[in-house]
Ligand binder design. Structure first.
Ligand SMILES: [Zn+2]
Length: 336
C-alpha cells in the first residue's frame, strides 16, 4: 500500500516537472521567435515602439542626441543590421550611410522599408535653404508634422503585419490607441496655434526641421541658419537675417539642443529677439521609461516652448497623453 502511494507521488512529480519544462520551452520559443526591427532616429523608434509594444525587439541604430544628418554607423553596427528582420528608415536621404550598410549586410529574407517616400508624393517634398533643390535632397523632417507621423504609424503597422502576421491583431490595437493620441496632439496644436498673434507665426530656426509642421499649422518659415553642409552661415547671410528679424519684429528665434549655435545667439541679440535653444527634432525628452520619452512627448515639449515664446498659449497641449501606448520597450542606444 505504502509503495503504491510513493509511486503515485513520484508520477505526480514527474508529470508536474514535465509540464513545467514544457511551459518554459514554449516561453523560450516565443522569445526566440520575436522578430527584430532596427530603426534609425529616436522619433521613428518611438513610433515603432508604440505600434509593436513588446512583441518585437526594437533597436534604434542612431544613438539619441547624435546628429542624424551626419551619423555614420561604425563597422560593428553591421552586426546589428545583419541581425534585423526588418530595417525601418525615414528615407528622403536622411540616413544614406546607414542605408548603404544595411543593404550590404541584409540577412536573407530580411527587408528594408523607408517611410518618407510612402508618406508624401514627390510634388509635396520641400526644398529650402538647408536642403536646396539643386542638391537633390528634400528636407527629410516629415515626422515633425503629426499628420505624417500618423501615416508613419499606419505604414509601420501594415508592414509589420506582413512580416509578423501572428501579432497582426496586437499591432492593429496598439496603432488604434496611438492614432488617438496623435489626433489629440494634432488638435491641441491647432487650438494652441490659434492663440498666437498671427504676425508672430514666423519661425527662424537654426536647424531647418520645421517646414512640414509650418505647412500644416499655418506658420511661415522665414529662414534657417544652418547651411546645407551643416556648417555656419556666411557673414552676409547673418547680416540679412538680423535685418529681417528686426524689421519683422520676430519675438523669438529657436536653436536646437543637438546643434548649439553661437551664431544664432548673435543673430537674436542683434535682431532684438529672444534666443531659445531648446527645440529638438530627433532627441526625445527624459529617459526611456519616462512618460514623456516618446515622439508625442517630444512634440508637446517643442510646441509648448515655441507657442509660449511666440506669445501664444500651450494650455491645450497639457491634455495630450505622451506615454508610449504599450509601455517602454525599445532600445534607444543612449549613452547614459
Ligand atoms: Zn534634423
Amino acid at each position: 500500500m505504502r509503495t503504491k502511494w510513493i509511486w503515485l507521488l513520484a508520477l505526480c512529480c514527474l508529470g508536474f516537472s514535465a509540464s513545467c519544462g514544457k511551459d518554459q520551452a514554449t516561453d523560450q520559443l516565443a522569445t526566440i521567435k520575436k522578430i527584430k526591427v532596427v530603426t534609425t532616429v529616436a522619433p521613428i523608434t518611438s513610433i515603432v515602439e508604440n505600434v509593436v509594444g513588446d512583441k518585437v525587439e526594437v533597436v534604434g541604430i542612431i544613438p539619441e542626441g547624435v546628429n542624424s544628418h551626419t551619423f555614420e554607423p561604425i563597422p560593428s553596427d553591421s552586426k546589428l543590421l545583419a541581425s534585423a528582420d526588418l530595417i525601418i528608415l525615414n528615407g528622403l536621404d536622411l540616413e544614406t550611410p546607414t542605408l548603404k550598410l544595411a543593404r550590404a549586410n541584409l540577412k536573407p529574407g530580411a527587408s528594408i522599408y523607408t517611410l518618407g517616400n510612402k508618406t508624401v508624393k514627390e510634388t509635396e517634398y520641400i526644398y529650402d535653404f538647408s536642403f536646396p533643390k539643386e542638391q537633390g535632397h528634400p528636407n527629410p523632417h516629415l515626422w515633425l508634422n503629426p499628420e505624417y507621423a500618423m501615416r508613419y504609424a499606419t505604414l509601420v503597422r501594415d508592414e509589420l503585419a506582413q512580416v509578423d502576421p501572428k501579432n497582426g491583431t496586437a499591432y492593429q490595437e496598439n496603432t488604434a490607441k496611438f492614432l488617438k493620441n496623435l489626433e489629440s496632439l494634432d488638435q491641441a496644436i491647432k487650438d494652441g496655434s490659434g492663440t498666437i498673434p498671427p504676425q508672430n507665426k514666423r519661425l527662424l530656426t537654426y536647424h531647418d526641421s520645421w517646414p512640414y509642421f509650418a505647412r500644416r499649422y499655418g506658420f511661415q518659415v522665414i529662414g534657417a541658419v544652418q547651411p546645407s553642409d551643416f556648417a555656419d552661415p556666411s557673414p552676409k547671410e547673418v547680416a540679412r537675417l538680423i535685418d529681417q528679424i528686426r524689421k519683422e519684429k520676430v519675438p523669438a528665434v529657436f536653436g536646437s539642443e543637438v546643434f548649439p549655435s553661437p551664431v544664432l545667439e548673435q543673430i537674436a541679440r542683434e535682431g532684438k529677439s529672444r534666443y531659445i535653444d531648446k527645440l529638438r527634432d530627433d532627441e526625445l525628452p527624459g529617459k526611456p521609461g519616462d512618460s514623456r520619452h516618446s515622439y508625442v512627448g517630444m512634440m508637446v515639449e517643442n510646441i509648448t516652448i515655441m507657442f509660449e515664446a511666440l506669445g501664444g498659449s500651450a494650455e491645450a497641449l497639457k491634455k495630450v497623453d505622451t506615454a508610449p501606448v504599450v509601455g517602454a520597450h525599445a532600445d534607444y542606444r543612449r549613452k547614459d
